[in-house]
Each structure stands twice: as C-alpha cells, then as structure tokens.
Design a protein around this ligand. Structure first.
Ligand SMILES: NC(=O)c1ccc[n+]([C@@H]2O[C@H](COP(=O)([O-])OP(=O)(O)OC[C@H]3O[C@@H](n4cnc5c(N)ncnc54)[C@H](OP(=O)(O)O)[C@@H]3O)[C@@H](O)[C@H]2O)c1
Length: 310
C-alpha cells in the first residue's frame, strides 16, 4: 500500500524522496504527469495522486489542463505550499515579453500566485534566439520571486551549451525522454556536469506503447523480459521497477496515469531496492533510439499552437 504520509518516506531504503535543486529548492523526486490527461479526468487524477501521497504535479501550457490541475490541488485539503507545481511554456509564447505573459496565463489558470518550477517545453531550433529570450524572462520571473526554480526540457548538450553561453542562471532541471529503451547518457552527463537535475518524461516508457506515436517497429518497454523478470523477483510491477531505477539513479520521474489504482501503484516504490546488477541490466537495454519528437526539428504547425489566455 502506498504511504499516506510522505514525510516519513524521506529515508526509506536509503533513498531521498526529495531532490535538492541547484538553487537549494527541494522538489519531490516523484511527481504525477498529466500529458494526454483529458481535462475532465485531470482534476480527479490530481486529487487521487495527492491523496496517495504525491506532492508534485507536472503539467504544461500545451497540455490544456492547467486549470483542472489547479482545481485538483484546491479540492484537496492541502495548502498550496505543500504541492510542488511544475509547468512549461509553449514555443508560441517564446520571446521575452511573451514568456513573461505566459506566466500570467499559467498562474491564472492554475489560480496560484507563484510556480515552483517553470521550464521551457523544448528548444525551438528555427528561432533559437527567441528560446534564449524566453529563458531570460524565466530569469526575471525567478528574480521577482514569481517562480522558485527555472529550467528546460528536451535540451540536448549543444542546446544547453548555447543557452549557458548567453544567460546567467544554470537551469535547475532538464526534463527529457528517458526510459530503459532511451536513456540519453550524453544528456545526463552534460546535465550532471552543470549541476542540472535530469527529470525523466515517459519514465515508464509511455511513448513506447501509447497510441499515436512511433512506428510499427516500436517495442513496448513494459513487456521487456529483463524488466518483467526483475519485477517478478521483487513481486513488483514493471512500472514500479522502472520508477525505482530512476529514483535510485538520482533522477526525478513524473509518471502519468488517470487510473487511481495505477496512480497508487506508481507511488508504491519505496519498500524495495534494486541491486547494482539489476540497475546495470536495465541500463543495458538502451537502444539509442528516440521515440518522441527530435528536439532539433522544427514542427511549425505544432509550434504555432496558441495558448489561450487564462
Ligand atoms: N517535456 C516533454 O516534452 C514531455 C513529453 C512527454 C511527457 N512529458 C511529461 O512526462 C509525463 C509522463 O510521460 P508520459 O505520459 O509520456 O508517459 P509515462 O508516464 O511513461 O506512461 C504513461 C502511460 O502509461 C500508462 N500507465 C501509467 N501507469 C501505469 C502502470 N503502472 N502500468 C501500466 N501502464 C501504466 C498510462 O495510462 P493510464 O493513464 O490509463 O494509466 C499512460 O498510457 C507526462 O504526463 C508529462 O507530464 C513531458
């Protein structure tokens, strides 16, 4: 059963429930993702997660459900300060002034007066100067206390180097596609070298099986024999094994579910420990093949998506 009291989980199995970002802010390592959570399912999913013990929600302007995330937080008995809210600025809002206004839109929908972590959703290769200007706006929001930490998503090492060369504050987080079939060791090493926390999206490999993405040759990491064998050994599920692998390697992970049983399952990962050989066996599954969008490719139609006002 998942714990109802996460304060007591800090030292479970010698692993930190909370990660300290490079500016000293702490963030619960495990959060609930809400990509593709329909607005009408999102409030209930957030409520279920907070009841289970989650204290971190990852949303995005582009997911169209920030309002419902805010509703879910408000309908819990928790104080705003007890929940770590992470959201993302979409590309159509890049540029200094537009990104400052993106904060107004996000906080207006979430109905909060600060964000815990605000990140750029991805580099825009066709307008990188606007990406930089967007990040400078994040720096301003941080200086003004309107966000507690800032970061990026889908930044490859060369994007990070360009960003770092023209801005002042090292991102706290880089959220990237990361599951056993695609571990991006080069990005993880670059992040670590700069003190940037790597956060895994599709941490249980959603992008390897949910509909609408990838080609015919896509393999579902949930069914991988190495993962399922390790899961059997520990009487845990493949998802729990993958989440434990992230957490033991010091990453943040934000599994998505709208199903209360799976939301609870994904949080019930603090009562077992993977051995070094098991971690290495999972690391060895990396195929080097990306499933999600290539961060070096512009997607004009998608990039043009307009984020509504609050
Ligand atoms: N920055 C980016 O570009 C980016 C891109 C993608 C995702 N993200 C973020 O990362 C989060 C997680 O990634 P993701 O949604 O792509 O994939 P994921 O969390 O790896 O997998 C989600 C999928 O797995 C299913 N699922 C959840 N728990 C399960 C379990 N215990 N056993 C079996 N199936 C389970 C979910 O269905 P049910 O809901 O039916 O349980 C859903 O289809 C997103 O929600 C979003 O917040 C960010």
């Amino acid at each position: 059963m998942p714990s109802q009291n996460p304060e007591h989980l800090n030292t479970v199995k010698g692993m930190d429930m909370e990660l300290t970002l490079n500016n000293g802010v702490t963030m619960p390592a495990l959060g609930l993702g809400v990509f593709q959570s329909a607005p009408e399912q999102t409030t209930a999913a957030v409520e279920a997660a907070l009841t289970t013990g989650y204290r971190h929600i990852d949303t995005a302007a582009a997911y169209g459900n920030e309002r419902e995330v805010g509703d879910g937080i408000r309908s819990s008995s928790l104080d705003r300060s007890e929940v770590f809210i992470e959201t993302k600025v979409w590309v159509s809002d890049y540029g200094y002034d537009h990104t400052l206004h993106a904060w107004d839109k996000a906080t207006g929908k979430l109905r909060v007066d600060y964000l815990d972590l605000l990140i750029l959703h991805q580099p825009a290769p066709d307008r990188f100067e606007k990406t930089i200007a967007a990040y400078k706006a994040l720096e301003t929001l941080l200086a003004d206390g309107r966000v507690r930490a800032i970061g990026v998503s889908n930044f490859m090492p060369h994007h990070l180097e360009r960003l770092l060369a023209s801005t002042n504050i090292v991102p706290a987080v880089n959220q990237i596609e990361l599951h056993p079939y695609f571990t991006q060791p080069d990005v993880q090493a670059t992040d670590a070298g700069h003190g940037i926390l790597t956060q895994a999206w599709s941490p249980i490999g959603g992008i390897t099986f949910y509909p609408g993405w990838g080609g015919e040759d896509r393999r579902n990491v949930m069914e991988d024999q190495t993962i399922t064998a390790i899961a059997r050994t520990h009487s845990k599920s493949p998802a729990q094994v993958m989440l434990r692998w992230h957490l033991q390697q010091g990453r943040s992970a934000i599994p998505k579910s709208t199903n209360p049983a799976r939301i609870a399952e994904n949080f019930d990962v603090f009562d077992f420990e993977l051995g070094a050989a098991e971690l290495a066996a999972i690391d060895a599954l990396d195929t080097g093949n990306r499933n999600g969008p290539d961060p070096d490719q512009a997607r004009p139609e998608r990039f043009a998506m307009v984020i509504p006002e609050a």
